[in-house]
Design a protein around this ligand. Structure first.
Ligand SMILES: Cc1cc2nc3c(=O)[nH]c(=O)nc-3n(C[C@H](O)[C@H](O)[C@H](O)COP(=O)(O)OP(=O)(O)OC[C@H]3O[C@@H](n4cnc5c(N)ncnc54)[C@H](O)[C@@H]3O)c2cc1C
Length: 473
């Protein structure tokens, strides 16, 4: 690629945004330096986010399923948990992936520097190396991909080994008897599910009226029902007013209109109340980069900041803070640097909550449509009518399509049920390809699979679903 081969770009931060950008830039012939404090690329997602949590959730699912097997005439004895082996298996998964990324960096001749970068000027970085020493390096373009960190509530911050954020919870130091999870968002529910499966009595406290704020309520309901059984308690409309360490544990006091028990002691507390962008980058004030009131670096739809030499991507630039959004932004920034006509304007960024059942959605949600007063048609296919769901003994799922009444175009897809995270990809493709409900209806899906529920939801839209009878009016 002649026109880009003499560009030297730096990528600051080696998460899914940063390494995707660095690798594409190298593939397009640019000289690339990737800087991250860890020994290999991977970022939050691989070291202390998506990957370790999903490895542990896989184990949680297995334990849950072994309990459910009683219903099918198969009884297992209670699992013996070797926490050290479980931890080392999870760490092995992380190591395999991150060292693989290290290899891929080498194969692509990406210069990977273990360290931290700050600005000297718009195109000069001071890199403080993990091995010691600083180096000032000049680049043609810099992509900021410094990601995010767990948010803290100052009034609930106490210095105690009993307190955990998501990183501490994933470390899996032990299996506490009781755990308070502050925050009913996806990270709290996923990690709470892991501990509950391992035998911890988990209490989740959520300030709003429902779990997973922002997600459609009908998608959340089956998860809520199942988690009610898995957890000791789900306290909605409740805030944690104070946390205080005592000999027996951490005493939490609760406030809110539905509160019955005002205080309780927990062995451990996990605070999962969202994430903050890492925009406090040393020397950023020496550039023209703008940071908004929520701490996100401001970019346009080509991921350009106010400074012509600097691009920014991933969690650092805004919601949704998800790995696949970061990677796509990273690749877009590189295409723009390469002079190609690219913008980041997706019609759908899928979101998946890896609880049991999983919840996934893409494109327009019903909540959003209601808020915007937008007219839509909703077609729902209950998994009770799915052959595959019945063979799995998991009829608690549901697949729904949000359809434009005029054009019959699929605007949004929502799925709750085991495997929803895999199934949603078809919904994303449908939305991006501007598929009509009729396209999904006429696409032959394999039988018996859960993917048929997408086709059948389209049939429901036309009132002709094979497996759902709708009486004639
Ligand atoms: C428990 C948990 C579970 C999650 N599960 C999922 C999931 O299932 N699916 C999903 O899509 N997302 C998930 N996420 C979110 C996902 O991890 C983030 O959206 C994603 O990692 C963001 O990627 P990024 O490239 O923007 O930054 P990050 O992955 O945050 O990486 C940024 C990197 O930059 C480094 N850095 C910061 N400052 C500097 C500096 N000055 N110099 C050099 N390096 C610097 C950081 O140390 C870090 O390594 C999860 C997050 C958590 C915490």
């Amino acid at each position: 690629m002649a026109e880009t081969s003499n560009l030297h770009i730096a990528v600051v931060g080696g998460g899914p945004g940063g390494y995707a950008a660095a690798f594409l830039a190298a593939d397009l012939g640019m000289k690339v330096t990737l800087i991250d404090p860890e020994v290999n690329p991977g970022g939050v997602c691989l070291y202390r986010g998506c990957i370790p949590s999903k490895a542990l959730l896989h184990v949680a699912r297995l334990i849950e399923e072994s309990h459910q097997a009683k219903n099918w005439g198969i009884e297992f004895s209670e699992p013996k948990i070797d926490i050290a082996r479980l931890r080392s298996w999870k760490e092995g998964v992380v190591k395999k992936l991150t060292s693989g990324l290290g290899q891929l960096s080498k194969q692509r001749s990406v210069q990977f520097i273990q360290g931290r970068a700050g600005f000297e000027s718009s195109n000069k970085l001071r890199v403080t190396k993990a091995t010691g020493g600083d180096e000032v390096m000049t680049f043609d373009r810099i992509i900021l991909a410094t990601g995010s960190r767990p948010a803290v509530i100052p009034s609930l911050k106490i210095d105690s080994p009993r307190m955990m954020d998501s990183t501490g919870a994933l470390d899996l130091k032990d299996i506490p008897k009781t755990l308070l999870v502050v925050g009913g968002g996806y990270i709290g529910l996923e990690l709470g599910s892991v501990y509950a499966a391992l035998g911890t009595r988990v209490t989740v406290v959520e300030m709003t009226a429902g779990l997973l704020p922002g997600a459609d309520r009908d998608l959340v309901l089956p998860v809520h029902k199942r988690l009610e059984k898995a957890f000791e308690a789900i306290l909605l409309n409740t805030t944690v007013a104070s946390l205080k360490e005592e000999k027996a544990g951490i005493r939490a006091t609760f406030e809110g209109k539905d509160v019955k028990e005002r205080e309780k002691i927990f062995e451990k507390v996990l605070v999962s109340v969202g994430r903050k962008p890492n925009s406090e980058i040393a020397g950023l004030e020496k550039t023209r980069v703008q940071v908004n009131s929520r701490g996100f670096v401001q970019v346009n739809n080509q991921l350009q900041t106010e400074d012509p030499a600097i691009f920014a991507i991933g969690d650092l630039v805004g919601e949704p803070m998800l790995a696949h959004k970061a990677s796509h932004e990273g690749r877009t920034a590189v295409e723009v640097i390469a002079g190609h006509k690219y913008t980041f304007e997706p019609n759908a960024i899928p979101a998946v909550v890896f609880t049991d059942p999983e919840v996934a959605w893409a494109g327009l949600t019903e909540t959003q449509a209601q808020k915007e007063g937008r007219e839509i048609k909703v077609a729902k296919f209950p998994w009770g009518a799915s052959g595959r769901a019945i063979t799995l003994d998991r009829t608690d799922g549901m697949t729904k399509l949000l359809i434009d009444p005029g054009t019959e175009r699929v605007l949004g897809v929502g799925i709750v049920g085991p495997g929803a995270g895999e199934l949603i990809a078809e919904g994303v493709l449908a939305i991006e390809m501007a598929a009509l409900a009729g396209d999904l209806e006429l696409t032959i899906h394999p039988h018996p699979t859960l993917s048929e529920t997408i086709m059948e939801a389209a049939e429901v839209f036309y009132g002709t679903s094979t497996d759902v009878y709708r009486p004639k009016k």
